[in-house]
Design a protein around this ligand. Structure first.
Ligand code: SF4
Length: 332
């Protein structure tokens, strides 16, 4: 299945409006052209520096602007991070993602992160970091430390952005993603749905990602977790769960060789909804009890669900083969 980089919002919206059986059929065709449909890639996420962020993302418990249950913490020390990484590996994770609640990494913080990346790589795990906006030089420093992926979500559609965040612009996100690509890092970028956006805006978000060349190798689709104290906990209307399924299917069809990750919000989803998301083409999850500051589905619940659905965790080689396939296809 050939990769396309010219998707329009209208095309994605039309996909999302299709009868659900047709949409799932197309998403399965796209998935099966590039992946074993029974394999799910597992990533584990650790918050290395929590809270106290100066940005005003209306969904985020780590913003210093909102009275949320999250208290700011100092950066974790190296041994605590390595312990978490070893535990993640024992449980089958192939990628260890580390986050820090920064607008952009401070000089000393970046140095310490580079050291963490080298240490986690030595355990035989892929590494991903999410540290806010990066300059070209900072992206290069992370690459030299051995970082594999950088996560930087576009959050939502460009025309919805200022309703959610006012301390940066949509273009700032795109600029960081360009620096990340230029440094030779793989890109993990997706967004959040259920923030009060329209279906067309969900389609516009997917179209933005699908016009990137190459596509992001990982595309997290997050369902808003309403954390008390954040503005969206009060303001955002509940989203019809089938909209999540439709968004995932559209992401799968538009970016068939990317890992589409069912991310935040899984803890509150029924097993049946998660199963539908896998049928719609999700082939990656965050694994572990905690997702940054929000609870995540418990690992034993995930293991039971995988057994019931006949799914299995993707081995490290399968995960990296698929990522390389995207890189090869998209630069051809
Ligand atoms: S989402 Fe990131 S940038 Fe926004 S407030 Fe939270 S930690 Fe800061």
């Amino acid at each position: 299945m050939e990769l396309r980089y010219d998707w329009t919002t209208e095309e994605i919206e039309a996909l999302m409006e299709a009868p659900l059986p047709d949409l799932i059929y197309r998403a399965q065709q796209a998935l099966r052209a590039h992946f074993d449909p029974t394999c799910v890639q597992l990533s584990t996420l650790l918050s290395v520096k929590t809270g106290g962020c100066p940005e005003d993302c209306k969904y985020c418990a780590q913003s210093a602007r909102y009275a949320t249950p999250i208290a700011p913490e100092r950066m974790l020390d190296k041994e605590a991070v390595l312990q978490a990484a070893r535990r993640a590996k024992e449980r089958g994770a192939t990628r260890f993602c580390m986050s820090a609640a920064w607008r952009e990494p401070p000089r000393e913080g970046l140095k310490r992160f580079c050291d963490l990346i080298r240490a986690v790589k030595d355990l035989g795990l892929e590494t991903c970091a999410t540290l806010g906006m990066l300059t070209e030089k900072q992206a290069q420093a992370l690459k030299e430390a051995g970082l594999d992926y950088y996560n930087h979500n576009i959050d939502c559609a460009p025309d919805f952005y200022e309703k959610i965040i006012t301390t940066r612009r949509f273009e700032d996100r795109i600029r960081t993603l360009q620096h990340v690509r230029k440094a030779g890092l793989r890109v993990c970028s997706g967004g959040i749905i259920g923030m009060g956006e329209t279906r067309r805006q969900r389609a516009a978000m997917i179209a933005e990602l699908a016009r990137m060349r190459p596509h992001p190798e990982s595309v997290p689709v997050n369902l808003l977790v309403k954390i008390p104290g954040t503005p969206l906990a009060e303001e955002a209307p509940d989203l019809d769960p089938f909209e999540l399924v439709r968004t995932i299917a559209a992401a799968r069809i538009a970016m068939p060789a990317s890992f589409v990750r069912l991310s935040a919000g899984r803890e509150g989803m029924s097993d049946e909804l998660q199963a539908l998301c896998f049928l719609a083409g999700a082939n990656s999850i965050f694994y572990g009890e905690k997702l940054l500051t929000a609870p995540n589905a418990a690992p034993d619940r995930d293991a039971r669900l995988f057994a019931r659905l006949g799914l299995r965790p993707a081995a490290a080689e399968e995960a990296s083969r698929a990522a390389n396939e995207e890189a090869a296809c998209s630069t051809a």
